[in-house]
Design a protein around this ligand. Structure first.
Ligand SMILES: NC(=O)C1=CN([C@@H]2O[C@H](COP(=O)(O)OP(=O)(O)OC[C@H]3O[C@@H](n4cnc5c(N)ncnc54)[C@H](OP(=O)(O)O)[C@@H]3O)[C@@H](O)[C@H]2O)C=CC1
Ligand SMILES: CC(=O)N[C@@H](CCC(=O)OP(=O)(O)O)C(=O)O
Length: 346
């Protein structure tokens, strides 16, 4: 049995972890924490859990959590995973951080983009970036996992085959992403009110979104050469889902068929990445509620650019699903345990 605690269980990603882990026969949910809802039953706060999850939310008791649990999922705003990971490490326990605290390998870059000091440089050094399709072996041995950002996951999976081969001109990459509103979390915010979002569509964070340095860090690692991107996120009126359209100039001599074959080959054995047949393009609905990433790819011979469309569910492959995939790897379980599901359609 794996003993698990979820810190920030009443946020969107936290409660998605409860959904994924709550009925597993090989997992014991020890503690579900919340400041606002401590003392209340989680199934009364989230009626989709009724009859299945009987836990009461608790204030975080770090000593207790790190004593009882083998792995601690941190689903809090950035900055808050640092002391939790420190304590867990002291007690020999594992941490999977869904936030950004361990994603950027350079503490100065983290401080520049997230505006908080990084107090755990040694843990940052040993933390492993939790994208299984990139480095599954490192995840198996990790004590601290930096679960990737949601937009980032969709973009990295879309570009990885080409970056590893060096088939794109590094600084030619443009990523145009759209997210549903759950990507912004559950905390009240006027910009995310129904009245502000419905029947509308807007760009935000233009030229300065926090996922930019994370995408560049990982693409640089994949390509082995410095890579800068243009990234523009958009907010669309749906609850879940991310769709990223990615454009890049291809280095000479590759055909559309060759590029499509490279994607199929790269992901042939990946349980959660599906490359669509040539000419088919993915939609967010196909991956809703699943841990899947679906990819469509083509090469426009006229412009010399590859076009990739990548979809994920931001709360699943973009957050809680990927975190559970990482937990499975860290504990020597089959990677798909608890994550084999078909999307909700229509
Ligand atoms: N939503 C998404 O699609 C994705 C989110 N993430 C990351 O996952 C993390 C959680 O996101 P999400 O679930 O959307 O966020 P939510 O805002 O929905 O939930 C945040 C949780 O943290 C608690 N919390 C909020 N502020 C504090 C604080 N100052 N100290 C302690 N606890 C706090 C909240 O409950 P309470 O106030 O009751 O304690 C709540 O349980 C974030 O770092 C986010 O960037 C990553 C990928 C995708
Ligand atoms: C729609 C929306 O607001 N999305 C969030 C996505 C970030 C997120 O969820 O957090 P991570 O950085 O931990 O991935 C944003 O743009 O900030």
């Amino acid at each position: 049995m794996i003993h698990v605690s979820i810190i920030g269980a009443t946020g969107y990603t936290g409660v998605e972890l409860v959904r994924l882990l709550g009925l597993r026969g090989d997992v014991v949910l020890d503690h579900l924490t919340s400041r606002t809802y401590a003392g209340q039953k989680i199934q009364h706060l989230f009626p989709h859990l009724l009859g299945n999850i009987d836990h009461t939310c608790e204030e975080l008791d770090l000593e207790q959590v790190t004593t009882d649990s083998d792995v601690i999922f941190v689903a809090l705003p950035h900055g808050h995973a640092l002391p939790i990971a420190k304590k867990a490490k002291e007690k020999g326990k594992k941490v999977i951080d869904l936030g950004a605290d361990f994603r950027l390998k350079d503490a100065a870059v983290y401080e520049e983009w997230y505006k908080v000091p990084h107090t755990e440089p040694e843990l940052l050094e040993e933390a492993v970036y939790g994208l299984p399709e990139w480095d599954r072996d490192a995840i198996k041995d990790a004590a601290v996992i930096a679960n990737p950002g949601c937009f980032v996951t969709s973009i990295l999976l879309g570009l990885m085959p080409l970056m590893k081969k060096g088939w794109v001109v590094p600084n030619s990459i443009v990523c145009d992403s759209k997210s549903g509103t759950s990507g912004a979390g559950r905390a009240g915010n006027v910009a995310n009110l129904f009245t502000e979002v419905e029947s509308s569509f807007k760009a935000y964070g233009v030229a300065h979104h926090r996922h930019t340095p994370e995408i560049e860090q990982m693409l640089t690692q994949m390509a082995g050469t410095d890579t800068m991107i243009q990234f523009t996120p958009h907010l669309v009126p749906m609850s879940r889902g991310i769709l990223s359209t990615i454009y890049a100039t291809v280095t000479g001599g590759h055909t559309a068929a060759e590029i499509h074959a490279l994607f199929e080959e790269t992901y042939a054995d990946e349980p959660f990445v599906q490359v669509l047949p040539a000419g088919m393009w993915p939609m967010t609905k196909s991956v809703k509620g699943t841990n899947n990433c679906q990819l469509g790819v083509t090469y426009d011979e006229r412009t010399g650019r590859v076009i990739i469309v990548s979809v994920i569910d931001n709360l699943m492959k973009g957050a809680a699903g990927q975190a559970v995939q990482n937990m499975n790897l860290m504990f020597g379980l089959a990677e798909m345990t608890g994550l084999q599901m078909i999307g909700l359609f229509p």
